[in-house]
Write a protein that binds this ligand. Structure first.
Ligand SMILES: C[S@@+](CC[C@H](N)C(=O)[O-])C[C@H]1O[C@@H](n2cnc3c(N)ncnc32)[C@H](O)[C@@H]1O
Length: 231
C-alpha cells in the first residue's frame, strides 16, 4: 500500500473471495473479487465499526458506477477521491476512464481488496486509510464519491466537513443511495456544510447475483461548495 497512508497497517487475515462480473453501460464489464461469505467476517455485531459492510458491492455503487461511466466530466487528469470505498467500484470505473483516483476507507482489508480489484482491471489507484472522525488529509479533489456512506446521523457531520474541506472550489461531490432516509436528510441540510445540491439523477439497477431485491432505484445527488459558480 502506498505510503502517505495513515495508521498502522496490521497483518491482514486473508479473505476468501468470489469473482463477480459487473456490467457497465455499453457492454463493458469489470471483474471484481468480493468476500465469498460476509458472515465469516463478522466478529462483533455490537461494535458498528466492525460490521463488515465493506466486503460487498452495494447497489448504490452499481448505480454510481453506471452514472460515472457515462459522465463526460469524468476523465483524464481529474483528481477523484472515493470515501468509504469498500470494494472500490465507482472509483475504479473513474480510473478506467483515465482519472487519478484515491480510494479511502478506514478498513485496511477493504483497501487491500479494492487495490487488487484495480490491478485485476489493469489500472492503479492510490490508497488512503483514514477514519472520517479524525480525517487528516488536506488535499482537494475535483470529485468526491460517496456511495451509500451517509447512513448514520452520528457520522454524517464528519462527512459534511470532509466534503466541504476536501472538494476543490468548483469541484463536485457525488452522493449515491437507494432513497436512504439519513442521506435525504443530509442533502436537505447540506447548506450547514456550505454545500448546495446542483443536480439530481436516478439510475435503475438490476442485480442478478443472489440478491433479495434484484431491482433498485439509485439516487445520485451532485453537491457543490455554495460559493462555486452555478453550472
Ligand atoms: C455501506 S458500506 C459502502 C461501501 C461502498 N461504498 C459501496 O457502496 O459498495 C460503508 C463503507 O464505509 C466505510 N466506513 C464506515 N465507517 C467509516 C469511518 N468511520 N471512516 C472511514 N470509512 C468508514 C466501511 O468500511 C465501508 O467500506
Amino acid at each position: 500500500m502506498q505510503k502517505g497512508m495513515k495508521g498502522n497497517m496490521e497483518q491482514l487475515n486473508p479473505v476468501e473471495k468470489k469473482k463477480v462480473i459487473v456490467d457497465l453501460p455499453g457492454g463493458r464489464q469489470v471483474i471484481f473479487g468480493i468476500a465469498a461469505n460476509i458472515e465469516d467476517l463478522i466478529t462483533d455485531l455490537s461494535d458498528e465499526d466492525k460490521v463488515p459492510c465493506w466486503a460487498d458491492i452495494w447497489p448504490a455503487a452499481h448505480g454510481l458506477a453506471h452514472y460515472l461511466w457515462e459522465e463526460e466530466a469524468i476523465g483524464l487528469g481529474k483528481r477523484i477521491m472515493e470515501l468509504g470505498a469498500g470494494m472500490g467500484l465507482p472509483g475504479i470505473v473513474c480510473a478506467l476512464k483515465g482519472a487519478e483516483v484515491t480510494l479511502s476507507d478506514f478498513n485496511p482489508t477493504a483497501l487491500e481488496m479494492a487495490s487488487e480489484n484495480a490491478r485485476q482491471n489493469g489500472i492503479k489507484v492510490r490508497l488512503l486509510q483514514e477514519d472520517w472522525r479524525s480525517f487528516s488529509c488536506r488535499e482537494q479533489f475535483d470529485f468526491i464519491l460517496a456511495s451509500d456512506i451517509l447512513y448514520d446521523p452520528k457520522l454524517n457531520p464528519f462527512l459534511g466537513q470532509i466534503f466541504s474541506h476536501n472538494t476543490h472550489p468548483g469541484g463536485t461531490i457525488l452522493v449515491a443511495h437507494p432513497h436512504r432516509k439519513a442521506t435525504c436528510e443530509f442533502i436537505e441540510d447540506c447548506a450547514v456544510y456550505g454545500l448546495r445540491e446542483v443536480k439530481r439523477d436516478l439510475r435503475e439497477i438490476k442485480l442478478t447475483e443472489e440478491t433479495l431485491l434484484p431491482r433498485y432505484e439509485i439516487v445520485i445527488n451532485a453537491l457543490q461548495p455554495a460559493g462555486a459558480p452555478r453550472e
